[in-house]
Design a binder for this molecule. Sequence first.
Ligand SMILES: Cc1cc2nc3c(=O)[nH]c(=O)nc-3n(C[C@H](O)[C@H](O)[C@H](O)COP(=O)(O)OP(=O)(O)OC[C@H]3O[C@@H](n4cnc5c(N)ncnc54)[C@H](O)[C@@H]3O)c2cc1C
Length: 435
Amino acid sequence: MVTEDGWGAGGMTDETCDVLVVGAGPAGCSTAFFLARQGYEVTVVDRAAFPRDKICGDGLAPRTVTMLRRMGLEERIRAAGYIPARRYRIVSTWGDTVMAGMPAFGKGADYAYVVPRRELDLLLVEAARAAGARIEEQVRALRLEGSASGPRAARVLLQRVGGGVFSVRARVVVAADGSRGSFSRTVMPSERLEPYAVAIRAYVEDVQGLEGALSFFLDRNLLPGYGWVFPGGRAGAPANVGLGVKVTALRRRPEGLRALFDWFLSPASSAWPFLRGARLVSPPATFPLQLDFAKGRRREGVTLFAGDAANLIDPLSGEGIAYALESGQAAAEAVARGLRSGRLRDLAGYDAAVWRGLSLEFLGAFLLRQLLVRPWGNGVVVRLLQRDEGLARGGMGVLSNSVPATWLFRPAVLRRVFSPRRLAAAVAASHPARG
Ligand SMILES: Cc1cc2nc3c(=O)[nH]c(=O)nc-3n(C[C@H](O)[C@H](O)[C@H](O)COP(=O)(O)OP(=O)(O)OC[C@H]3O[C@@H](n4cnc5c(N)ncnc54)[C@H](O)[C@@H]3O)c2cc1C
């Protein structure tokens, strides 16, 4: 048995709880929040001390805002001075621009925020703590020791940063340790350890002319990825600038990710009109993206995987905070059912719920990505959106995850997209400026 140095100064060993959550990002905090407020004993461990940065675009799309409302956090975001962003902008490989508002996510928000993860994740940690969860910072989960069924059967080996190793027993474990979490891999080694894509991000001051719009750039040099410039979310805040590319595509290029990022900041990129007077205020930093939904892990024995640890990232936009929060809630519901009934198979309901909820949507997003990563594909789409306000709003809805990508396959939408007159006008418009 593992001993030494338990929680805090008391030195207890083999602490027990109903649910141990590994990772206090959006997925872990959401799981803990929804379980703790039902009265379950939840312990969350994170190797970081909060507030901490997480390399991210910081874009909180309407779907994310809707979840944050559900957790009572939107008020706190507004109180901290963050202002809703109501528009998205896309610049195509051909150099055309479309800008439009986004539809609401269901009955929820129809706007976004840009909130640095340093602040957002601290709010989430505080919400989970206030709901009754125990949050242990600077504690790394090393591995799962045993997961036979039975009360408190799962024992997780933990290590306090700079301290001793100890263990915790739980009835259920939720792995929410993100796309490079080492704990998840010890529970269920992934066939595909290599990330699908990799992204780089920096904070930048003196960005001009964004008009408050979250902006995406599909320069040929970035395909099959894209660059983004998101405005600072409140007065005086720096913009968030970054780009993401497929790992296999990056490997074929002579230059590395950092050189590509420097190119994105240069006069050669379509973002230059916004970035011409800008200066970096943080070093560019990289982080992997696991976009492969179908290969994601969802459950192994009494361990559920949530958020990035389960590859729940939109394959088109690369956004994942909404899915982390939603999967955390779905995991909490399945765990609560399992703890009430004592039946392991109730946990399996989580896997089914995630699959039912997202498989079609992510398939649609994947198909749309196949179109948009081609210069002519995004060139024609942006021109079509420029000519039809309704289509443009719907398109921004797809990009911001308010509208499932399957919306595109609705007959009424297809009729508008494939109207010969409009298609001809889109293709025949002035000669491509860029690409
Ligand atoms: C560059 C970039 C830009 C992005 N931009 C956006 C965006 O604008 N909008 C959006 O919605 N999504 C964006 N995403 C995706 C988004 O960042 C993730 O989907 C989201 O953070 C997933 O949340 P999570 O809780 O699953 O994981 P994370 O946020 O990664 O949290 C995991 C936590 O687990 C902890 N942890 C890891 N291993 C261990 C361990 N062994 N023991 C203890 N703790 C551990 C980590 O310290 C971390 O706090 C972006 C991603 C990247 C890489």
